[in-house]
Design a protein around this ligand. Structure first.
Ligand code: HEC
Length: 187
């Protein structure tokens, strides 16, 4: 048996001169190893049986929070935002362009009404002629009455601008106005 300082690690057995070291793994390694097993066990119990949230649940929860912080997600139209556009020439110019390209065929080039109702009189079928009312009907349309929904055909900016343009044109006196439809709005 070799006599060197490592002898204390040698194990008792000796097979034809072959001996074996008892060489324990370092403590940091064992702690990490058993630590991961213990962690894995708790992780498994928590997510399999303990009602731990899945990623999909977490996403749902987070989206609900985002939505509660910004309740206008369903209806991005705000009277104040739109009111600012009514006094913006850029918005009204864009709105006029959009109107000419997409709306005039049914509502008449002077908003006087054709297939669709007159948009410059005081009578409204949908809502009460407020900015938000107009924006919502433009966005969602009145499909069973022949008013298309524009939310997937126009950009948000275009919807808001055409809304401002219509609102700013109230009270215009076109040459051949279509007869009033809907309820008279008293302001
Ligand atoms: C295919 C024809 C058609 C086109 C194109 C069209 N509309 Fe209409 N629109 C209608 C009809 C029909 C109604 C009436 C719906 C009803 O009876 O409730 C209407 C209603 C409306 C109303 C509500 C009027 C009210 O009295 O309540 C607004 C505002 C309006 N349209 C804006 C627009 C804008 C802006 C565009 C272009 C982006 C547009 N429309 C394009 C047919 C059209």
């Amino acid at each position: 048996m070799a006599d060197n300082k490592d002898d204390k690690y040698l194990m008792d057995h000796n097979y034809d001169g072959i001996q074996e070291y008892d060489n324990p793994l370092p403590a940091w390694w064992l702690i990490t190893f058993f630590g991961t097993i213990i962690f894995g066990f708790h992780y498994w119990i928590h997510y399999e049986f303990g009602g731990g949230q899945t990623l999909a649940d977490e996403l749902k929860g987070d989206l609900a929070i985002v939505k509660s912080l910004n309740p206008s997600t369903d209806n991005p139209d705000k009277e104040e935002t739109l009111a600012a556009l009514v006094s913006s020439d850029t918005a009204k110019t864009l709105g006029k362009e959009v109107y000419g390209a997409k709306c005039a065929v049914c509502h008449g080039p002077e908003l006087q009404g054709l297939i669709g109702p007159n948009l410059v009189d005081e009578y409204w079928i949908q809502g009460k002629g407020k900015l938000v009312d107009i924006a919502v009907v433009v966005r969602k349309g009145v499909l069973d009455k022949g008013m298309p929904n524009w939310d997937n055909q126009l950009k948000e900016e275009e919807i808001q601008s055409v809304t401002a343009y219509i609102y700013a044109s109230r009270g215009n006196k076109p040459a051949n106005p279509k007869a009033p439809q809907g309820e008279k709005v008293v302001e």
